[in-house]
Design a protein around this ligand. Structure first.
Ligand code: GUN
Length: 294
């Protein structure tokens, strides 16, 4: 069997095209567009690239994007002041503080400073707390796991009652992902660097989310026949056969896994586009909530 390939670019485009009308209507009514404010501390090239991509995509749906790019030596108080300035700016409805931040900055202190109504990343401790609790609804859910949920929905699989395995327990992906799958009534197992017998655990997964940042870590014969495989990994590896000398691969050995899985995402072009589409959805939601439109 060859798996259904889940095309993240196509799904993201559909979401973004669907949002354009709402953005235009908001802009017409309010006299200004929904706005995303991004704070980037430091000069990590990958973070800078993600930030540019997020901003470009916002603009392509008619939203405004603002950025405050600060050197890695910036004091925590200055970062907090930048967050407060965005909190107070009526043209900014969503605030994203790009992670990770330099070591001298306490991430939680900064994330706590973000106005809850503008927390489009869903990383404010109160939003994550609501996500962790039964019967609570966070205002915003983090972009990458939200995108993964959209891609799972795309396959038509019923999540409730299924066995889901999440590889990785990062604050950005693995942890919120496991909470969202639990809310959707999956039986969730989280694997990490200390987990023993990962292959056996993965073999039981009806839904597998790979987010550990290790190139092609998951082998084809670990995958359960017919499983839905969502590969969050984006790893750059040497490839002398390629003009550039490198290529991007996921955390899953795609070529082998696609022969066993029922559905699988590609890298690049799988989860990445959905992360941005989810951020844009959250920013529109924030803008509408702030002006009392929903
Ligand atoms: N760094 C990597 N992914 C993300 C994300 O989704 N949001 C933020 N703020 N930082 C990130």
């Amino acid at each position: 069997m060859t798996a259904q390939i889940i095309d993240g670019k196509k799904v993201a485009k559909r979401i973004q095209d669907g949002i354009k009308g709402d953005v235009a209507a908001f802009t017409e009514k309010q006299g200004y567009p929904p706005g995303l404010g991004v704070i980037l501390v430091g000069d990590d090239p990958a973070s800078a690239m993600y930030v540019r991509m997020k901003q470009r995509r916002c603009e392509s749906v008619g939203m405004a994007s603002f950025s405050n790019i600060m050197p890695s030596s910036t004091a925590q108080d200055e970062v907090l002041a930048a967050v407060r300035a965005y909190n107070d700016d009526p043209h900014i409805h969503g605030i994203l503080v790009q992670l990770p931040m330099p070591d001298h900055i306490d991430e939680e202190t900064v994330l706590k400073e973000v106005n809850l109504d503008k927390d489009v990343d869903g990383f404010h401790p109160l939003n994550i707390g609501a996500l962790a609790m039964k019967g609570r609804t966070p205002t915003f859910t983090p972009a990458t796991p939200t995108g993964c949920m959209t891609l799972i929905a795309e396959t038509g699989i019923e999540i409730s009652g299924k066995s889901a395995v999440v590889l990785g327990r990062s604050n950005i992906v693995g942890m919120p992902m496991s909470l969202m799958l639990t809310h959707a009534n999956a039986t969730v197992t989280v694997c990490h660097s200390r987990t023993q017998n990962i292959a056996e655990i993965v073999k039981n997964a009806d839904i597998l989310i790979a987010a550990i940042g290790k190139p092609e870590f998951v082998k084809g014969d670990w995958i359960k026949s017919g499983a839905v495989v969502i590969d969050v990994g984006t790893n750059k590896i040497d490839d002398p056969t390629n003009d550039k000398g490198y290529k991007w691969v996921g955390d899953v050995d795609f070529e082998a896994a696609k022969e066993v899985a029922g559905a699988i995402t590609i890298v690049p072009g799988g989860v990445g586009p959905l992360t941005i589409a989810s951020l844009i959805q959250n920013t529109l939601k924030a803008a509408k909530r702030i002006v009392g439109e929903n």
